[in-house]
Design a protein around this ligand. Sequence first.
Ligand SMILES: NC(=O)c1ccc[n+]([C@@H]2O[C@H](COP(=O)([O-])OP(=O)(O)OC[C@H]3O[C@@H](n4cnc5c(N)ncnc54)[C@H](OP(=O)(O)O)[C@@H]3O)[C@@H](O)[C@H]2O)c1
Length: 264
Amino acid sequence: MYKDKVIWITGASSGIGLELTKQLADSGARIVLSARRRDVLEEVVSQLPGGASRHWVAPLDLAAVDELIPAAEAYLKEIGPVDVLINNGGISQRSLFLDTDFDVYRRLMDVNYLATVALSKAVLPAMVARRSGLIVSISSVAGKIGSKLRTGYSGSKYAVVGFMDCLRAELAEHNVACLTVCPGSIQTNIAINALNAEGEAQQKNDDSIINGMPVEQCVEQIIKAMSKGKDEVVIGRGISGMAPTIKRFFPRLYTKLAAKMEYR
Ligand SMILES: NC(=O)c1ccc[n+]([C@@H]2O[C@H](COP(=O)([O-])OP(=O)(O)OC[C@H]3O[C@@H](n4cnc5c(N)ncnc54)[C@H](OP(=O)(O)O)[C@@H]3O)[C@@H](O)[C@H]2O)c1
């Protein structure tokens, strides 16, 4: 299904994006890898089937939102049309609202939300012209429910869910599909890289992530959802996967649970 398809993946240097890169390249896709760390991306490409002759390294800083559209357009001139864009690169938060610098909120919105908008804007005209394409955005269970320590992260991930719902409605007549992925706790470096109140990486893991779903399993489910043409999928074990359903059917119970839980 993905043989020779061009798939642009942000956050391809680690975690979910790295595993998406490996599994999709193994199924024959040609990958455009983005993240900040060029050396890591080059090392990843060297291990993929076909190496640098089949895949592209396209470093981007998703926080530099004003530069993203021109940077992406320059890459597209070199690469040609993209069949699938996966907006995956992102950063989390572990800090209470009352303690957190305002700049942390701006950074989370830039990286998690505005970068998704900017890259979608760059690739969509060609998808619409060809009447073919898929935009995948990795939101989070935190884009469906709120919990402590994530006011900025959850806000940015709710924004992604809303953006994708509207985009899906607008693009239906152009035959371009939109998949929103809401993972629960997945075993990656997300917690280690999560921002603290001062905007520094907290540099420690969380129990929920350590006990979360293995990244390989999460990515298998993402690719299955892509292949089946799903609109939205929640992927997670235990409470992290069930929380959106609890909130939907028992909203007051969820409110009480969220206020009690020190969810890390
Ligand atoms: N793991 C979970 O439990 C979980 C749950 C729900 C949602 N998610 C979402 O899944 C996505 C992937 O996260 P992960 O779990 O794989 O975490 P991860 O292991 O920390 O990977 C994050 C990726 O994002 C990239 N990134 C971060 N800031 C960037 C920036 N300013 N510019 C460009 N790239 C940047 C990183 O690359 P560089 O550092 O090389 O730039 C890295 O490749 C995120 O959107 C996250 O919010 C994860």
